[in-house]
Design a protein around this ligand. Sequence first.
Ligand code: 5RP
Length: 220
Amino acid sequence: MTQDELKAAVAKEAIKHVVDDLPVGVGTGSTANFFIDELAKIKGRIAGAVPSSERTAERLRGHGIRILELNNVNELPVYVDGADEITEHMAMIKGGGGALTREKIVAAVAKKFVCIADETKLVPVLGKFPLPVEVIPMARSYVARMMVKLGGQPRLRENFATDNGNAILDVHGLAILNPLELEAKINNIAGVVTVGLFALRGADVLLLGTGQGVRTLTRK
Ligand code: 5RP
């Protein structure tokens, strides 16, 4: 099976977690795009979708799916999104597509986080994928120095601004043995808007696309 076929399979499986007549939170990226395409088939059953980026909003709109503003949503039973890396403990690196801040906000509101990923994303230790950190532009050099102190090699994502008008540092060379601790440490650095470590609020369910079918893992 190709990687796209695995992504399509997990996207299809994720539809089973969508709750009728209520809103659904929708992530960003190529795997989330497959989910949006599946969601379009059942759009009459949901109250609407809360997007985690402008790109996702545009794709939802293209399918005629109603967009809801997070501030107007009282109950969000489920958020479906991909990941750049995930461990069996459900901690993730996200933000490869630069949407980490809104993704973290929508995930925080949702009762259940369903991560959809192909099997290449499951790793024993996070950090091979460079850790994205969204920063206020004037703080980028300071935050970069702090990342060096934490053992990483930060690189500014060139010619890129987030939906919130900020910059992204991609931090290479980290072996993240304690994601909870590192997330809290980076959150405490002045000028950091969001770190792409999702450990404090990890996934509740992982739908993993494999050659043998979709595996379902749940948070222990
Ligand atoms: C975007 C993200 C994505 O979920 C992550 O980059 C995975 O993307 P893809 O499904 O294209 O591999 O965090 O900010």
